[in-house]
Design a protein around this ligand. Structure first.
Ligand code: ADP
Ligand code: ZN
Length: 213
């Protein structure tokens, strides 16, 4: 099963992708996570990507396309994968289709997580992540028991560099301009399904499951 999760920043793509990964035992491929790790490691990719990410801009297409091409050819992707945060532009989507065609594969389903801008801003601005286990918290909807400390592993919680008011607005603009057109792209291919990304994580997950059945 090969899935794509679409949706604006803060729609919950990462959360849903992790749940799908557990359920179907296929890898979650998050370009955002891969790029953030590269920035942390301060390697060549990280140096290239970091300056774009900090200001909420997209990393150039050729960089992320190269990355994904490598990744989906690994053995653990043979039974399928969940793409989370890729593709984000029409060019990326076209290159992905090309690569999959070369491999004799197709995307089975594209799930669009729908959430409005207001909700996105409130979700992202209060969000913090555990630097050890990746656990996510929110100052209003799921605050940690001790401020700044992860409930599950005791790790330090940090706000993402790009989760500040100014950069969030920029990311939303970029989404509208470059990524939202992908809905039309996949609708034409006939495999787009929309899901309301409001409510609890479990509620949204059951809607997603309905769509990938
Ligand atoms: P979010 O969806 O919450 O904005 P991500 O973790 O998916 O966050 O991405 C964070 C940043 O990483 C983006 O703002 C962008 O700079 C970069 N990035 C991630 N995926 C891509 C992609 N497919 N193409 C270009 N840039 C990307
Ligand atoms: Zn933790």
């Amino acid at each position: 099963m090969r899935l794509i999760l679409l949706g604006p920043p803060g729609a919950g793509k990462g959360t849903q992708a992790k749940m799908l990964k557990e359920k179907f035992h296929i890898p979650q491929i998050s370009t955002g996570d891969i790029l953030r790790q590269a920035v942390k490691d301060n390697n060549e990719l990280g140096v290239k990507a970091g300056s774009f990410m900090d200001v909420g801009q997209l990393v150039p297409d050729d960089v992320v396309i190269g990355l994904i091409k490598e990744r989906i050819k690994q053995v653990d992707c043979e039974a399928g994968f969940i793409l989370d945060g890729f593709p984000r532009t029409i060019v990326q989507a076209e290159k992905l289709s090309e690569t999959l065609t070369e491999m004799g594969l197709v995307i089975d389903r594209v799930v669009d997580l729908e959430v409005n801008a207001e909700e996105v801003i409130s979700r992202l601005s209060g969000r913090s992540t555990c630097s050890d286990c990746g656990g996510m918290f929110h100052e209003k909807s799921c605050p940690p028991k001790v401020s700044g400390i992860c409930d599950s592993c005791g790790g330090i919680l940090a706000q993402r560099q790009d989760d500040n008011a100014e950069t969030i607005l920029k990311r939303l603009d970029v989404y509208q301009e470059s990524t939202a057109p992908l809905k039309q792209f996949y609708k034409k291919q006939g495999n787009l399904k929309a899901v309301t990304a409001r409510g609890s994580v479990e509620e949204i997950f059951s809607r997603v499951l309905e769509m990938v059945k």
